[in-house]
Design a binder for this molecule. Structure first.
Ligand code: SF4
Length: 297
C-alpha cells in the first residue's frame, strides 16, 4: 500500500474517533436519558451530552476539549512492518493535531514542554499484535485525563474494605472505586476491569476491555453475572451523571481475568468517561477499508 493512502486512512480514523461517538454509546446515552426523569439535573446533563454528540459529528469537531491520551492497538499482517505502521500513524497524528481533530495535548513529563504535535516518547501509545488474517486491524481510543485520574488499582486482601481474595472481594473493590469517583472523571462512566495479572499488564488488559461492544455479553458466565450485578448495584448508588444524582452512575462494566502469581491479587480498574471515544477498521493491502468496527451495530 502506498504510504500516503495509509496515512490518509489513519487520519480519517483519528477524525472519526475524536468527533463521532460510536453507535453503541449513543444507544446507551439515549437509554440513560429515557431512565432519568424530565426536569432533573441528571436528565439535563445527559441531554447536553447528547446534543454535544450531534454537534461534534455535524461540525467535525472534537467531542470534548480534552482529546486525551492516544492509544492504538494494531493487528499487523505480514505485508507491513511495525516501523512502517508507526511512522504512518505518527504522521497522521501530527496532521490531525494541525487540523484541530486533536488538541495539542502531549507534554514532556519532566519539563512540561508541549511538543505541539502530540508526538514524543510513548505518545501515541501503540500496542502491536500479529494479525491472524490478511487485513490490517487498527483500533484506537482517546482516553481523557479526568477519567484516567480516577482509575485505580487494588491489592487484595484489603482489610479496610473487608475484601478477600475472591469474587466478592473483587465486587467490593469495584463498588468502592465508583463511590470514590463520585461523578469525577465525567460520569456516567464505563469501567474496564482486569482481575489478576501484574500491576502493569493488569491496566493494559483493563483498557482493552473498552474495545468490547457496550451491549455484548461476556463469554465467561461468572464474569458475565458479575458485570450485570455490579452495573445494577452501581446504578443504585445515586451518584448519577457528573455526580448530579440520578439513576445513571455507570453505563457499562467490562471485566476480564488474567493469571496471577499466588502471592499477588490485583484488581485494576480503568475508568472511562461518557466521551468514550474509540473506533477501528480493517484495511486491505490495497488501502480499502473493509469494515468500520463499531458502526451500525
Ligand atoms: S474526562 Fe472525558 S469528558 Fe471529562 S474532560 Fe476529560 S475527556 Fe472530557
Amino acid at each position: 500500500m502506498e504510504t500516503k493512502v495509509l496515512r490518509s486512512q489513519l487520519l480519517e480514523l483519528i477524525r472519526r474517533t475524536s468527533c463521532e461517538l460510536p453507535d453503541d454509546l449513543i444507544r446507551a446515552l439515549d437509554k440513560s436519558r429515557r431512565k432519568e426523569k424530565k426536569g432533573t439535573t441528571a436528565r439535563y446533563a445527559l441531554d447536553v451530552m447528547r446534543e454535544n454528540v450531534d454537534l461534534a459529528r455535524d461540525k467535525s469537531q472534537p467531542l470534548c476539549q480534552d482529546t486525551g491520551t492516544i492509544i492504538c492497538y494494531v493487528d499487523l499482517p505480514k505485508w507491513i512492518t511495525e516501523k512502517q505502521f508507526q511512522s504512518a500513524y505518527e504522521s497522521a497524528v501530527k496532521t490531525a493535531t494541525n487540523k484541530g481533530f486533536l488538541r495539542q495535548n502531549s507534554v514532556d513529563s519532566i519539563t512540561g514542554e508541549n511538543s505541539g504535535t502530540n508526538l514524543g516518547p510513548g505518545s501515541p501509545a501503540i500496542h502491536f499484535h500479529q494479525a491472524s488474517g490478511k487485513s490490517l486491524g487498527v483500533r484506537m481510543m482517546l482516553k481523557g485525563g479526568g477519567s484516567e485520574n480516577v482509575s485505580c488499582q487494588y491489592s487484595l486482601p484489603n482489610n479496610k474494605l473487608g475484601a478477600g481474595r475472591d469474587i466478592e472481594g473483587v465486587r467490593k473493590c469495584i463498588l468502592d472505586a465508583v463511590q470514590n469517583a463520585q461523578g469525577k472523571g465525567c460520569g456516567p462512566g464505563i469501567l474496564g476491569v482486569c482481575i489478576g495479572s501484574d500491576r502493569g499488564s493488569g491496566f493494559v488488559a483493563a483498557k482493552e476491555q473498552f474495545f468490547r461492544q457496550l451491549d455484548d455479553t461476556n463469554d465467561d458466565k461468572l464474569l458475565s453475572k458479575l458485570e450485570k450485578k455490579l452495573l445494577k448495584q452501581a446504578n443504585t448508588l445515586g451518584i448519577g451523571p457528573m455526580g448530579f444524582g440520578g439513576e445513571t452512575t455507570l453505563m457499562g462494566i467490562k471485566i476480564c481475568a488474567r493469571n496471577r502469581v499466588p502471592a499477588s491479587f490485583f484488581v485494576s480498574i480503568s475508568y472511562m468517561c461518557w466521551a468514550y471515544r474509540r473506533n477501528g477498521f480493517l484495511l486491505t493491502e490495497s488501502g480499502k477499508i473493509n469494515r468500520w468496527l463499531y458502526e451500525g451495530k
